[in-house]
Every structure is written in C-alpha cells, then in structure tokens.
Design a protein. Structure first.
Length: 307
C-alpha cells in the first residue's frame, strides 16, 4: 500500500507540493483547504495528469478532515498572507489560530504522523503545532533551512560556474532574516567556499540568501515563492517516507542542544522514518553562537503569545 501524505492548504505551496509528491509517486495525497471546490478541483486536475506523466498516485481534495485519517505525514501550508493594514502581530495571531485548528483536526485522525510545518512565521507555528498536538519533538518539524540552503547553493553555483549538485550549504537559526549561514561548512565538491571566493563575495551571497524570500515577493508582487519551498518540503517528505536518515537543516525543538532548552530553531537534523532522529551538533565560533542565540530569542518572542 502506498504511503499517505496530507497537505493542508491547497494554495501555491500546497498544490505544488502535491504535484511533486504525485509525480515522484512517493505517496497518495489528500489536499485540504477551506475554500470549497479548490482542493477537489486541483486534486482532480493533478489526477488527470497521471496518465500523461505515468504516475498512479491518488490525489483527493477535501474541505474536511475525515479523508486525512491514517496519514504518514501531515504538511501544514494553510494560512493567510499579510493584507494591507494588517500588522505582523495580527498575522501571527490569525495564522496561529488556523494552524492550531489544523494541527488538532489532523493529529486526532493521524496520531502517528510526522507533521511538517511550512506556514509562516514557521518556527513559531511549529511551536503552536507541538503545543496543540502534544506530539513528541521527533514528529514536529519546521521547513525553512532546506529552502535557505537551496537558495545559498544556487547563488554559490552561479557565482563559481559549477553544478548545483556539487554544492553544499550549511545554515542555522531562524528562517529568513535571522538565518545564520556557516560559510566554512559550505562547500563545492568538498572544498569550503572560504577557499574559493573572496570574503566580500561570500557576504554578498549570504545577504542575497537572507533576503531570498523578499526578493521573490518583490518580483511576484501578489504572492511569495512556492517552487523552491515545495521542492524543499518534498526533500523532507522523501527523507521520512524512505527512511533515508538524511541530514538536513530543519527547525527542531531543542532540549539543550546548542545551549538552547525549549525552543524551535534551525539546526541540522537526521530525518528518517521516525522524523527527527537526531539533532546534529557542531562546534560554533563565538560570533556564530551569538547570532544563533539572537535568532532563537526572536522566535521565543513570537511564541510568547501562544504559551
Ligand atoms: P496561499 O495563499 O497560496 O495558500 C494558502 C492556502 O491556505 C489558501 O489556499 C487558503 O485558502 C488556505 N487556508 C487558509 N485558511 C485555512 C484553513 N483554516 N484551513 C485550510 N486551509 C486554509 O499561500 P502559499 O504561497 O501557499 O503559502 C502558504 C504559507 O506558507 C504561508 O504562510 C507562507 O508564508 C508560507 N511559506 C513558508 C515558507 C517556508 O520556508 N517555511 C516558504 C514559502 C511559503
């Protein structure tokens, strides 16, 4: 029997993720959204692409949660975008309410699932999910680092004129603005980029990565990135479903690692069938540790509303 993945939020990220999962035949997909007809319509459209592309994954759309029962993975992309006149705090409260309800509805029907949180502010929403479900830390994971490192890898490859496949990038901390890139652990064919590029060039690429989300928003104007975010989420889904034990930068609940007790933060984790199977610790320099702690504090401040 094929594995089952529920994707809540059939918008840009959710529907593109459903497409990627179907095309790789990793699992059957249930797409859930509040808007009537949209998950059903997108689900049917994806199903009808199967004969042409040669996949047999089943894709179902729904406005309620019963169809999600027994899922192996739940991906939460449901949420609102910031509207004119809405403060960051208003958005935080609105998405917190949505994500809490989604987490409760899905967790009770799939009590053994691993939940991947995409909705922003992602690190805070992961906290909301863990609190709402009571799931252990292994099974609540935020997606952010894979996307940030994919952006960094893209820029490194283009700067050096090499294949993206030869690149490896290491990022820690919160997703986006407070990301902490580690250039000495970022490599091209195993060679640290600090040996391949000038410091100023690396700083320029780091800055572009940090603003990677905003760069896309300023081009699209009416939405945010979804091709790379859905690809990043797919890599996490695959690592879990295929029990790959892949080390990826994800937001995980820390219980003392990196000197942090009780907060979600972006760290390298080993992803396998049980979810987060290990938090991989590396030694940080004083500046890196300080930047990491600053990003943890920013996430903690966002979580206060939900404690
Ligand atoms: P979108 O607006 O295209 O899709 C969001 C969907 O959620 C909509 O279809 C909407 O109807 C649905 N929704 C709203 N309330 C719901 C509810 N209560 N139950 C079920 N569905 C509901 O947005 P998008 O571009 O797909 O982005 C989705 C989220 O992912 C946003 O919060 C965005 O900021 C975030 N995001 C995070 C990352 C990351 O790296 N973590 C990357 C990209 C996007």
């Amino acid at each position: 029997m094929r594995k089952k993945v529920t994707v809540v939020g059939a918008g840009h990220v959710g529907a593109t993720l459903a497409q990627r999962i179907a095309e790789t035949e990793l699992a059957d997909v249930v797409l859930v959204d509040v808007v009537e007809g949209v998950p059903q319509g997108k689900g049917l459209d994806l199903l009808e692409a199967g004969p042409v592309l040669g996949y047999d994954s089943n894709i179902t759309g729904a406005n309620s949660y019963d169809e999600t029962a027994g899922s192996d993975i739940i991906v939460i992309t449901a949420g609102l975008a910031r509207k004119p006149g809405m403060s960051r705090d208003d958005l935080l409260a609105a998405n917190g309410d949505i994500v809490k309800k989604v987490a409760q509805e899905t967790a009770k029907r799939s009590p053994k699932a691993v939940i991947i949180v995409v909705t922003n502010p992602m690190d805070v929403m992961a906290f909301v999910v863990m609190k709402a479900t009571g799931f252990p830390r292994e099974r609540v994971i935020g997606m952010g680092g894979v996307l940030d490192s994919a952006r960094f890898r893209t820029f490194i490859a283009r700067e050096l004129g090499v294949s993206v496949e030869n690149t490896h990038a290491f990022v820690l901390g919160g997703h986006g603005d407070s990301m902490v890139p580690l250039p000495r652990y970022s490599t091209v064919a195993g060679i640290p980029i600090t040996e391949l590029m000038k410091k100023e060039t690396i700083e320029k690429l780091v800055e572009r990565t940090r603003n990677g989300g905003a760069e896309i928003v300023s081009l699209l104007k009416t939405g945010s990135a979804y091709y790379a975010p859905s690809a990043a989420t797919l890599e996490m889904v695959e690592a879990i479903l295929l029990d790959k034990k892949k080390i990826l930068p994800c937001s995980a609940w820390l219980e003392g690692e990196y000197g942090v007790k009780g907060a979600f933060a972006g760290v390298p984790v080993k992803l396998g069938a049980s979810g987060v199977e290990q938090v991989v610790e590396i030694r940080l320099g004083a500046d890196e540790q300080a930047a990491f702690m600053k990003s943890v504090e920013a996430v903690r401040a966002g979580c206060e509303k939900f404690t």
